[in-house]
Design a protein. Structure first.
Length: 138
């Protein structure tokens, strides 16, 4: 493979990624890790089971309002946190795919000097994954 820096591109490899995430990103990651475990679901189910008999202590409207409000607020917050972690996971996967495509294009460049069809395939690969801006005058 050719040296990425000699072409002026700034591909960040997974081994070069540091933990420079914001406090919110780190918090969202911790929350996502916790809420995706079985104990969290079990705890939520237990809360509903404990809440159900409280209908005997309040009227129906208050009883429904409590559970609806609590679940709506928790759902709203969790969706925001989980969307943050999903967005970052998608970006990481895209970076990895770009690195693979870039490496494959470099290999095709090195092997395909005598094969014009391979050079065309290389250009199509780069265009398909959006890496054509990294190419010099091809």
């Amino acid at each position: 493979m050719s040296d990425n820096n000699s072409r002026g591109d700034h591909t960040v490899l997974p081994t070069q990624v540091g933990d420079d995430r914001s406090v919110f990103d780190r918090f969202a990651t911790v929350v996502a890790d916790r809420v995706s475990q079985a104990w969290f679901f079990t705890g939520c189910a237990l809360i509903v089971v404990l809440w159900a008999p409280t209908i005997l202590l309040t009227d129906l409207d208050t009883w429904q309002l409590i559970i609806n409000t609590v679940t709506t607020v928790i759902t709203f917050l969790l969706v925001a946190l989980l969307q943050n972690t999903q967005r970052r996971a998608d970006a990481a996967v895209q970076q990895k795919l770009n690195a693979i495509a870039d490496g494959l294009a470099d290999l095709m460049q090195a092997v395909g000097t005598d094969n014009p069809e391979l050079q065309q395939d290389r250009r199509e690969l780069l265009a398909a994954v959006g890496l054509e801006y990294r190419e010099g005058a091809d």
